[in-house]
Design a protein around this ligand. Structure first.
Ligand code: DC
Length: 233
């Protein structure tokens, strides 16, 4: 089989709100691959725990009950014909809007640090990607989920630029947002994501780095597509 016909695995990792999903979705659409937003899966686990009263208002997680109920969480993605993008489903219900709220964002990193949550989501992600032909974005895709991925990208941008992007995104969706809160939340998530003991956020040794602080969406998409063509030519 030559390289061109082989459907490879593409791992895109990086900090919160650095445009990973925008570039991953665009690349997947252009090359006809499946796109999976692994962060959405951790957001679904968080939403499930919030709905089931497993996270107290002060943020304390009832870990024992949560672990017992992990097998009840099934995350799937379905293409939204109108937007042309995949929507996230938690146990068959579309939760695409709900998982993007500040409330979910403020609880998701501690949830994603729980080893039993990571084990369950990693297994679901590996099952989705076992045939290749997939672009998955997240924090540990190139290091833990698909360490053998043929293409690995590590994306980053300055804190302020990332916070502004998230703030604009929330505003565009008509959600309440305060810039300083968004910035503080993003820094706190980066801290927890990078220092947790299981599969922390870090650049894989063989990943290419993309700092898109001063790039337009078109420029970053073009850069990514060029890397893909270089690798598969
Ligand atoms: O990409 P995002 O902001 O939607 O991710 C939500 C949270 O999930 C983020 O704080 C880190 C966590 N996450 C993770 O631990 N591992 C992944 N592969 C993806 C996301």
């Amino acid at each position: 089989m030559n390289k061109e016909s082989k459907r490879i695995t593409i791992a895109i990792d990086g900090h919160s709100s650095c445009g990973k999903s925008t570039m991953a979705k665009d690349l997947a659409r252009k090359i006809g691959y499946i796109y999976i937003d692994s962060g959405a899966m951790y957001r679904c686990c968080t939403l499930f725990a919030m709905r089931e009263g497993l996270i107290a208002p002060d943020g304390t997680i009832d870990e024992a009950s949560f672990q017992n109920r992990m097998s009840e969480i099934q995350v799937t993605f379905k293409l939204n014909a109108e937007s042309g993008r995949p929507d996230t489903y938690l146990n068959g219900q579309c939760v695409e809007q709900e998982i993007r709220t500040m409330e979910v964002s403020s609880h998701v990193s501690p949830v994603a640090a729980l080893p039993f949550v990571r084990a369950a989501m990693t297994a679901q992600q590996q099952a989705m990607g076992k045939e290749g032909g997939i672009v998955m974005d997240g924090r540990d895709i190139g290091t833990a989920v698909f360490p053998d991925a043929e293409m690995k990208i590590f994306v980053t941008a300055s804190d302020e630029i990332r916070a502004q992007r998230r703030f604009d995104e929330l505003k565009a969706k008509g959600q309440e947002a305060n810039f300083d809160e968004v910035l503080a939340n993003l820094r706190e998530r980066d801290r927890i994501d990078s220092t947790r003991s299981v599969a922390p956020l870090r650049k894989a040794d063989d990943a290419l780095v993309l700092d898109n602080s001063h790039m337009t969406i078109e420029e970053q998409n073009e850069w990514l597509l060029d890397r893909f063509h270089e690798l598969t030519k």
